[in-house]
Design a protein around this ligand. Structure first.
Ligand code: SF4
Length: 302
C-alpha cells in the first residue's frame, strides 16, 4: 500500500504555539510545594473566599490541583472568549475589541501591595475612533446564564455581582495608569456554553453595561489591602470559613484539603464542582478518622 511520508515535523506548529502562548491561567503550571512569593493581589481572585486568599498570600501550596475536566472547561471558556472578541464583535457590531492580543497586564500599586490583572479587552468604536469601555467576557453554564440575566448582575448579594467588582477594578486600574484616556463605562458579556438563549436578545449571550464607579474601586481596594495586611501581620490569623464544605465555593476550591484537613476525592468523571460530587475519605490527611457528613436528600422530580 502506498502511504504518505511526513512533509515536515509533526507537532511543530502546536509546539510553537504552546511555547509562545501566554497561559491565561498561570496556576495551571503551579508546581506543588513551591511557595508563591508575592505581595500581589490578582484582580481575577478578588471575589474568592477570604480564607482562600489568605492561603494564597501566605504561599500555601494548593492541595487540589485542577482536574482534567476543570481544565477542559477553562479551555472551552478561552475559545468562546476568543470567538466573541475576535469574530462576533468585530464582524457584527460597531466595535472592535482591542488590548486582548497581546494580552494586556495592568498593575496598580497601593498601600504596599500591587494589584495585577488582565482585562479581557477594551471596546473601540471604529466610527468615532474612541475607546469607550473596558470589556470582560464570562462563559457560564445555562443555569448561571439564566441567573445572570434574571439578576442583570445588579444584585450585590448574587455571585454575579463579583463580575462587576472585577471589571470595575480593571477600569479603575486602567484610569490610574492611563489618565489621558479615561474609561467611564464597563461592558460585561455573558455567554451561555449550554446554548440557552436570552429571550430579549434571541441568542445565547447578553451584555450588561455599567458606569465605572471610582467609589466602589476605592472601597474594594481598601477592603482587600486591609485583609492582606491583617494576614501578613499575624501569622496565626486564618479567616473563618465563610462557606459549608458542600458549597460550590468549597467543592471547586484548590485549597480544600488544606482548609478542612480531609482529603477530597473526585467522582469517576473527575468532577469536583457541585455538592453531590464531594466524596470524603474516611481518613483525614493527618490520619485521624473523620466522620462522614450526611448527604443531602435528593429532591424528588415534580
Ligand atoms: S475550602 Fe471553602 S472555606 Fe476553605 S478556603 Fe476553599 S472556599 Fe474557603
Amino acid at each position: 500500500m502506498t502511504w504518505l511520508s511526513a512533509s515536515r515535523e509533526h507537532g511543530s506548529l502546536s509546539r510553537e504555539i504552546a511555547q509562545n502562548v501566554k497561559l491565561p491561567h498561570p496556576e495551571l503550571d503551579f508546581k506543588p510545594g513551591t511557595p508563591l512569593e508575592r505581595r500581589e493581589i490578582r484582580v481575577s481572585e478578588m471575589d474568592k473566599c477570604i480564607r482562600y486568599l489568605a492561603y494564597n498570600w501566605r504561599g500555601v501550596p494548593v492541595s487540589n490541583r485542577f482536574s482534567a475536566t476543570a481544565k477542559e472547561k477553562m479551555e472551552k471558556g478561552n475559545l468562546i472568549q476568543d470567538r466573541v472578541r475576535g469574530v462576533l464583535i468585530p464582524n457584527y457590531s460597531r466595535y472592535w475589541v482591542i488590548g486582548w492580543t497581546p494580552e494586556l497586564l495592568v498593575r496598580h500599586h497601593v498601600g504596599g501591595v500591587t494589584f495585577t490583572g488582565h482585562p479581557d479587552g477594551f471596546l473601540y468604536e471604529w466610527r468615532t475612533g474612541k475607546i469607550t469601555s473596558v470589556f470582560e467576557c464570562k462563559s457560564t453554564a445555562d443555569y448561571g446564564f439564566i441567573q445572570c440575566c434574571r439578576e442583570s448582575l445588579s444584585n450585590p448579594d448574587h455571585y454575579s455581582a463579583t463580575y462587576v467588582h472585577q471589571t470595575n477594578t480593571y477600569a479603575g486600574m486602567w484610569n490610574a495608569a492611563v489618565p489621558k484616556n479615561q474609561v467611564n463605562e464597563m461592558t460585561i458579556f455573558v455567554y451561555s456554553v449550554g446554548g440557552k438563549e436570552d429571550k430579549d436578545v434571541g441568542a445565547p449571550y447578553k451584555e450588561f453595561w455599567f458606569a465605572h464607579s471610582a467609589k466602589l474601586f476605592q472601597e474594594d481596594k481598601t477592603r482587600l489591602t486591609g485583609l492582606f495586611h491583617q494576614v501578613e501581620a499575624d501569622p496565626e490569623y486564618v479567616p473563618d470559613r465563610p462557606y459549608e464544605q458542600t458549597d460550590w465555593h468549597c467543592t471547586g476550591c484548590s485549597h480544600f484539603d488544606h482548609c478542612y484537613g480531609i482529603r477530597r476525592t473526585l467522582d469517576p468523571a473527575g468532577r469536583s464542582a457541585g455538592p453531590g460530587n464531594v466524596a470524603e475519605s474516611q481518613q483525614s490527611v493527618t490520619g485521624r478518622a473523620v466522620p462522614r457528613r450526611p448527604r443531602a436528600a435528593k429532591k424528588s422530580a415534580g
